[in-house]
Write a protein that binds this ligand. Structure first.
Ligand SMILES: Nc1ncnc2c1ncn2[C@@H]1O[C@H](COP(=O)(O)OP(=O)(O)OP(=O)(O)O)[C@@H](O)[C@H]1O
Ligand SMILES: [Mg+2]
Length: 438
């Protein structure tokens, strides 16, 4: 197999001459004068690999993702050890500027193979490589990256924490309420918790927790991750702190205007989740509702996509909660959304949560009514929890900008969410209506 390659950077001249003298397996078909030209050449389909020297400092995860989506593997040449570590973090294969031409040819072949394998893996698992181009490129949390992901501090990559996505259809079924309170319960129980607002339509975690800053912590974290500069320390610095019963809840607030969604590129977000798994026991992500991927029908498959952040989180998460409003509008909407979810993220096994359960909307014994209706709709998945409608408690906690465990600790709504979070809370007094988590 002969690999056509484009290059950029004067520093490569000697190495490239050496590559050509090898007469295979790599042919340099274009020597570009600047990075923009290299990107354009890569997207024209005439090369399968790109070698960047000189400009290697300008490489980002998003750029690598763009080239990867065009089927072009990337190799960087630099002698700067700090830059090389950064490139390792964003999984761009790299070598010293004066690398032996034979070794460089081997590295280019490896990079091409890795890209092909990642593409095959996403095709066979049905994972949405365009939703998660990071996986195609090998930067996804579960992706077959070419090398070990070193953190910016040079620590080994130990992924211990879990990621939980809270998702649900349009119509404000209570995704943010569930995400915030699941995170709060885990934090108050002594776990290291990171709450991320990745809703690209209506970020509201900050306001729910009384955080008035306009810092869009997630966008900042994505920016650093894109450059390979996000490490545990940087993540801690960017995250806002919320104190809950003397425990810390770290929060990456969402984008402040919904037109900033382009800042949440999947390759970068994937890097944020990777660091999150190292720094937090539990990461909870409040997701946008929409899974539409219509843009994929366009020819410009590398255009940024608004719902890519949600799709990436749903693919990467260990647990996905699908929240629906427990009424005659919310339940059918959730059923339809679940089939969209199965199509967009094959293999995902969401835990169903029906929220705002109240007799007035479904009749007496609402839980058994809902269970019956759910079985008739037939999505074939059990309901994991029924969260009662409790407007007084929900309003009080929104008004005071904190979690239910602070404003309504004895409420049935808080109890049901705590139970879902696996946290023991004292039961309500006898005679009071309990909560129906299963
Ligand atoms: N169990 C509940 N009982 C009463 N009110 C609730 C309950 N759960 C959520 N709410 C209220 O419903 C409203 C919408 O909730 P929330 O913001 O959590 O929904 P969402 O799905 O995140 O909506 P959005 O589409 O805006 O992201 C809020 O006012 C919230 O306080
Ligand atoms: Mg919300």
């Amino acid at each position: 197999m002969n690999i056509p390659v484009a290059t950029v950077g004067a520093a490569t001249a000697g190495v490239l001459d050496g590559l050509e003298r090898l007469q295979g397996p790599v042919t340099v078909v274009r020597r570009c004068t600047e990075l923009a030209e290299l990107v354009a050449v890569s997207q024209s389909g005439i090369v399968r690999a790109a070698v960047v020297a000189g400009d290697a400092g300008e490489l980002t995860a998003a750029l690598a993702q763009r080239l990867g989506a065009a089927g072009v593997a990337l190799v960087a040449l630099t002698d700067d050890p700090v830059l090389r570590r950064r490139l390792d973090t964003i999984r761009i294969l790299n070598a010293p500027a004066g690398v032996d031409p034979g070794a460089l040819a081997g590295l280019i072949s490896t990079a091409v193979q890795v890209l092909e394998q990642a593409g095959d893996a996403s095709a066979s698992t049905g994972s949405n490589a365009l939703a998660d181009p990071a996986a195609a490129f090998g930067t996804g949390t579960g992706g077959p990256g070419p090398g070990p992901a070193a953190s910016g501090t040079g620590e080994p990559d130990v992924r211990t924490g879990t990621v939980t996505a809270v998702w649900g259809p349009a119509g404000a079924p209570g995704r943010t309420t569930l995400a915030v309170n699941l995170a709060a319960e885990a934090a108050a129980a002594g776990k290291r918790v990171l709450l991320i607002d990745a809703d690209t339509y209506g970020a509201s975690v900050a306001v729910s927790l009384g955080l008035l800053d306009e810092s869009a912590g997630l966008a900042q974290a994505c920016r650093l991750a894109d450059q390979g500069l996000l490490d545990d320390v940087a993540l801690q610095r960017i995250a806002s702190d919320v104190s809950l019963r003397g425990h810390r809840l770290a929060v990456l607030t969402g984008i402040t205007r919904s037109d900033r969604w382009v800042e949440l590129r999947p390759a970068a977000l994937s890097g944020v989740l990777e660091v999150a798994r190292r720094t937090a026991d539990v990461t909870i992500v409040d997701c946008g509702f929409s899974l539409e991927t219509d843009e994929e029908l366009s020819f410009d498959t590398i255009a940024p996509r608004r719902n890519a952040a949600t799709l990436l989180v749903l693919e990467a998460a260990d647990t996905v909660y699908a929240v629906g409003a427990a009424d005659s509008v919310g339940v059918p909407r959730l059923v339809r959304a679940l089939s969209d979810l199965a199509a967009a993220v094959p293999g995902v096994e969401p835990r169903i949560v029906l929220n705002k359960v109240r007799a007035a909307s479904v009749g007496r014994q609402p839980e058994s009514q809902l269970r019956g209706a759910w079985e008739r709709f037939g999505p074939g998945r059990e309901i994991s929890a029924f969260l009662p409608a409790d407007y007084d408690s929900a309003d009080a906690s929104l008004l005071s900008g904190t979690a239910l465990l602070e404003t309504a600790p004895a409420s049935a709504l808080r109890g049901a969410i705590a139970e879902l979070a696996g946290v023991q809370v004292p039961r309500r007094r006898r005679g009071a209506r309990g909560w129906g988590a299963k």
